[in-house]
Design a protein around this ligand. Structure first.
Ligand code: CP3
Length: 333
């Protein structure tokens, strides 16, 4: 698997490529399967359909890795917070975490209820070609906590940060409980056949550096350490979005650091990790911008092992033809 070899620092002749949100609405085939499932959460919970959409981008576009189709928010859902996706609004939790009783009520055995994810991984690994990697994933404890405290996405994260500064012990209790569940969740994904685990910290940039290290990276690091000790052959990827300003402070037992598009690769190259990223996703609107973006990244990473990816998820209105062109540029240019 050139993807896994590259995660462990071995450079191959061709740079491996996959894309965050590669199974998504820019693909007509995804939209057809999603329509069959009814709604987004039903698609996540139907392991056969989830496996089908996981395989689509690899079958259609020949990416080097598949990422299991699910969502980071199935974890808080199974910890006991009802989740719905409102059209045009994104995810919503109608019950939120405000105090210690709420934290105590969360189900610490939630990983045992996520069989639909493990079944989708098992089926997908059986169907995927042996040279293609299967990536499992979870949300970082901090990013999951923000959804559980805010109830939805937020511009300011004020409720979460109010808890962090007014009641830091409560915040740590919540983060520790989520981390406990994630250890078992990621471990079960590995046992089901995932070759790598990516930890998405999408709202890393909400925190000042010292708070980030104490309330987010500490838990990512604990999770990575747990998985790496038990499963050294599994690649661990962390994607803390928007932390370019203090990226050199991020020490953990991870193999790969995902770089978002606002962080210069020159800066990320100073870390000891293999890098993944970081094409600005909107470059996919223009073939010229794709070509230029790919050559800038290749020039910067030179002869280092590197995983090509976008600097965040692909947008739903990107033409599939442009994705094909991107892959061609990465492999042939
Ligand atoms: O990358 C992949 O192809 C795997 C599948 C995947 C999804 N969500 C499917 C999805 C992954 C890895 C995620 C992670 C996720 N989910 C993150 C972290 C990554 C990031 O984008 O920062 C976050 C923050 C979420 C929470 C979430 N789920 C939001 C904010 C939304 C709504 C935004 C949107 O694009 O509509 C979702 C829904 C969601 N998750 C969709 C998909 C394909 C769109 C649902 C649909 O089909 O209508």
């Amino acid at each position: 698997m050139i993807f896994i070899d590259t995660c462990f620092g071995k450079k191959s002749d061709v740079m491996p490529i996959w894309m965050m949100r590669q199974a998504g609405r820019y693909l007509a085939e995804y939209k057809a399967t999603r329509a069959k499932a009814g709604d987004f959460l039903s698609l996540c919970k139907d392991y056969k359909l989830a496996s089908e959409v996981t395989l689509q981008p690899v079958d259609i576009l020949d990416f080097d890795a598949a990422i299991i189709f699910s969502d980071i928010l199935v974890v808080p859902l199974e910890m006991g917070l009802p989740l719905r996706f409102a059209a045009g609004e994104g995810p919503i939790f109608d019950e939120i975490i405000t105090n210690i009783d709420d934290v105590a009520r969360l189900d610490i055995k939630a990983a045992a209820k996520l069989n639909y994810v493990y079944d989708a991984i098992k089926l997908t690994r059986e169907k995927l070609a042996p040279n293609k990697a299967l990536i499992g994933f979870c949300g970082a404890p901090w990013t999951l906590a923000t959804y559980m405290i805010e109830g939805q996405g937020s511009k300011t994260y004020a409720k979460s940060k109010k808890m962090l500064y007014q009641e830091p012990e409560l915040m740590h209790k919540l983060l520790a409980k989520i981390t406990h569940v994630l250890k078992e969740y990621c471990e079960n994904q590995i046992k089901a056949g995932a070759n790598a685990i990516q930890i998405f910290d999408s709202w890393a940039n909400a925190l000042e550096p010292s708070a980030y290290l104490e309330f987010s990276w500490k838990y990512i690091s604990e999770l990575a350490e747990y998985l790496k000790t038990k499963y050294p052959h599994i690649a661990i990827i962390a994607f803390p979005k928007g932390v370019g300003g203090f990226i050199e402070c991020l020490e953990a037992k991870i193999d790969v650091l995902g770089v978002d598009w606002s962080t210069p690769l020159q800066v990320a190259l100073k870390t000891p990790y293999v890098l993944q990223g970081n094409l600005e996703p909107c470059r996919l609107y223009s073939k010229q911008a794709i070509k230029d973006g790919v050559s800038i990244i290749k020039e910067l990473v030179k002869d280092k092992a590197h995983i090509f990816n976008l600097g965040h998820g692909i947008l739903p209105d990107i033409p599939v033809e442009n994705v094909r062109y991107l892959i061609e540029c990465v492999r042939n240019a």
